[in-house]
Design a protein around this ligand. Structure first.
Ligand code: URQ
Ligand code: ZN
Ligand code: ZN
Length: 536
C-alpha cells in the first residue's frame, strides 16, 4: 500500500510462468503474526504486504482467498524413514507415499536418513538414498547421514558429504546392538569430526547393551509379546544414554541433536543440559506427544505391535503433556515423527518374539494437526510457537532458514492456508500413508490444512489432495556451520578449558607435604583454588 493508502499494485517478476496470490489471510511466522497478502512467482515468495493487487491484464495467476484463515510456513519434519531397509524388511511408505502423506498434513519439507550398513561407505549410502528419493518425492527433502561404524578414513567421507553433498548432520545409534550401534570410543571420534567440519551430531539415545540383555531375560521368562518391548528399554535406559551423549558433546564442544525424545527423564536431561549452557537440541515426535505406552498392553496383538518403536512410548499417561510443556517453554525445540511404517504382515515377523517386530510408527501426515490439538487448543502453544516447533526451529538448526520455515520475500513458496477451526477424525481409512494401521486412529483433531503449496505448486486445494507427480520435489542441501547452532560453539571455543601448573624445574625436589593450610610464601595459589594443598 502506498502512502495514500491505496492498494499496492505489484508489477512483480517479468513474465513468471506461474503466479499465486494469497489474499486476506493472517500470516504467522515464529516471531510475529500480521495480516498481509502474499504473492508467489515461480516458486518463490515475491511480495508480502497489505492489499496486494496485480495489474488488470495479469494472466496465469491463481488467487486464493485466505479470509479467516492463517497462512503459515510449510511444516518441516526433521525425522522420517521412507523405504528404510530395516530388521529384515523395508518400511512400507516410500518417498512417494511418504511425501504425499506429508503434504496432505501440511508438511512441505522432510529430512530423511541415509543409513549405511556396518562397513558400507557413507558416501555410497548417501548416493543410494538420493537415487531412491529424487525420482519419487513430491516435496523438498534433505538428508542426515548415519555413522554406523568407524574407521579413521570416514573423516574424509564426512568432510566430503558436508562440503560437497549438502549434509550437515550425522546420526549415531547408541542402540540396535550389532546392527547400527556405536560404542563410546567411536562416538567420540564422530563427535570430534562433526565439530571440525561444522556439522551437528545426532543420537538415538538408548543403552543398546542393556536393551540386549533385557530382551534376553524377558524372552527367557516367556514374555514374547509387544508388552516386552517397553519393559526391555525403560525410561532410565533412554535417560542414561541421553546423558552420556550430552557429556560427549560437552567434552568435544560439538552441538548435539537428540532425536525422538520419548520420556520425561530424557527430556529433563536435555532441559538441564541446556540450562547449564550446553548446545543441545531435543526433538519429541508426534507419537510421544499424542499417545503413550499403555498401548503395548492392549490385548489385540496387532494394536500393541503397531505402537512398537524405539525408544518406546512410555506407560506413564502424563508423558505426552509433560513433553508438550517442555516444547512450549523452549526446553525442547522441534517436532519430528520418525515416520517409519510397517504393515500388519511385516509387524507379524515378531509374532513370537517382540524383538523381531519391525520398529516404527506413522505420523508424517498427522503431526501438525496433533500439535494444534494438543498444543494450541490446550493453551500451551500460541500461533507463533506452533510455527516455531513445526517448521522454523528445525529449519534454523539444519541451516535451511529462511529458505524454509519463514514467510518473507525470497523464501521458498512452501505455504499452508491453515484452518484453525477445521477438524477431522484421523483414520487408517482416509490417511494417505501406505501403512494399514494408524496409531492415532479415531482421534478427533482441530486445526487442518485447507490449502498447501510446496515449491510454488498447489498440492492441496480446499482440503483436497491434488494429483501429484513423482519427482517434483527437490533435494535441499543443508550447509555446515548453522549460525543458530555454531555461534555459541565458536564462543565456547574461546574459553580456555584446561590449566597447566608450572612447578620447580627439578621434579625430584623435596615434595611439599599437606600442611595446616598456611599458604606457601610467594607461591601463587593454584588456579583451581587448591592452595591449601601446598604447605607454607
Ligand atoms: O530408530 C529409528 O529412529 C528408526 C530405525 C525408526 N524406528 C524406530 O523405532 N524409531
Ligand atoms: Zn531412532
Ligand atoms: Zn528414526
Amino acid at each position: 500500500m502506498d502512502s495514500a493508502g491505496t492498494r499496492s499494485v505489484i508489477n512483480g517478476r517479468k513474465n513468471p510462468t506461474k503466479r499465486i496470490l494469497i489474499k486476506n489471510g493472517k500470516v504467522v511466522n515464529d516471531d510475529l503474526e500480521f495480516f498481509a497478502d502474499i504473492l508467489v512467482e515461480d516458486g518463490i515468495i515475491s511480495a508480502v504486504g497489505p492489499q496486494l493487487e496485480l495489474p488488470a491484464n495479469t494472466t496465469n495467476t491463481e488467487v486464493i482467498n485466505a479470509e479467516g484463515k492463517l497462512v503459515i510456513p510449510g511444516g518441516v519434519d526433521p525425522h522420517v524413514h521412507f523405504q528404510l531397509p530395516f530388521m529384515g524388511t523395508c518400511s512400507i511408505d516410500d518417498f512417494y507415499s511418504g511425501t504425499v502423506a506429508a503434504v496432505a498434513g501440511g508438511t512441505t519439507t522432510i529430512i530423511d536418513f541415509a543409513i549405511p550398513t556396518k562397513g558400507q561407505s557413507l558416501l555410497d549410502a548417501y548416493k543410494q538414498w538420493r537415487q531412491w528419493a529424487d525420482e519419487k518425492v513430491v516435496c523438498d527433502y534433505s538428508l542426515h547421514v548415519a555413522v554406523t561404524w568407524w574407521k579413521e578414513a570416514l573423516k574424509d567421507e564426512m568432510k566430503l558429504l558436508t562440503e560437497v553433498h549438502g549434509v550437515n548432520s550425522f546420526k549415531m545409534f547408541m542402540a540396535y546392538k550389532d546392527v547400527f550401534q556405536l560404542d563410546d570410543a567411536d562416538m567420540i571420534h564422530v563427535f570430534d569430526c562433526c565439530k571440525n567440519i561444522g556439522a551437528i551430531a545426532q543420537v538415538h539415545a538408548e543403552n543398546g547393551d542393556m536393551v540386549a540383555e533385557n530382551v534376553r531375560r524377558l524372552l527367557a521368562a516367556g514374555i514374547c509379546g509387544p508388552e516386552g518391548h517397553e519393559q526391555s528399554r525403560p525410561e532410565e535406559v533412554e535417560a542414561e544414554a541421553t546423558n552420556r551423549a550430552i557429556m560427549i558433546a560437552n567434552q568435544t564442544n560439538c552441538p548435539l541433536y537428540v532425536v525422538h525424545v520419548m520420556s520425561k527423564s530424557a527430556a529433563m536431561s536435555v532441559a538441564d543440559a541446556r540450562r547449564k549452557g550446553c548446545v543441545v537440541f531435543g526433538e519429541p515426535i508426534a507419537a510421544g506427544l499424542a499417545t503413550d505406552g499403555r498401548n503395548y498392553y492392549h490385548t489385540c496383538w496387532r494394536h500393541a505391535a503397531a505402537h512398537v518403536l524405539s525408544p518406546p512410548l512410555r506407560p506413564d499417561p502424563s508423558t505426552p503433556e509433560f513433553l508438550m510443556n517442555l516444547l512450549a517453554n523452549g526446553d525442547l525445540q522441534t517436532t519430528g515423527t520418525d515416520h517409519c511404517t510397517f504393515s500388519s504382515e511385516q509387524k507379524a515377523m515378531g509374532k513370537n518374539d517382540f524383538s523381531k517386530i519391525p520398529n516404527g510408527v506413522n505420523g508424517v501426515e498427522e503431526r501438525m494437526s496433533l500439535l494444534w490439538e494438543k498444543g494450541v487448543r490446550t493453551g500451551k502453544l500460541d500461533h507463533c510457537k506452533f510455527v516455531a516447533v513445526t517448521s522454523t526451529n528445525a529449519a534454523k538448526i539444519f541451516n535451511i532458514y529462511p529458505q524454509k520455515g519463514r514467510i518473507q520475500v525470497g523464501s521458498d513458496a512452501d505455504l499452508v492456508v491453515w484452518d484453525p477451526d477445521g477438524s477431522k477424525t484421523i483414520s487408517t481409512k482416509t490417511h494417505h500413508a501406505a501403512v494399514d494401521f494408524n496409531i492415532f486412529d479415531g482421534m478427533h483433531v482441530h486445526g487442518v490444512p485447507r490449502d498447501v503449496i510446496t515449491g510454488g505448486r498447489i498440492v492441496v486445494r480446499d482440503g483436497q489432495l491434488l494429483p501429484l507427480q513423482k519427482g517434483t520435489g527437490k533435494f535441499v542441501p543443508t550447509l555446515p556451520y548453522s549460525p543458530y547452532v555454531y555461534s555459541r560453539i565458536h564462543q565456547r571455543d574461546k574459553i580456555p578449558k584446561w590449566v597447566k601448573v608450572d612447578r620447580d624445574s627439578d621434579p625430584t625436589s623435596r615434595v611439599r607435604h599437606l600442611s595446616g593450610g598456611s599458604k606457601a610464601e610467594g607461591h601463587k595459589p593454584l588456579l583451581r583454588g587448591l592452595s591449601d594443598y601446598v604447605d607454607g
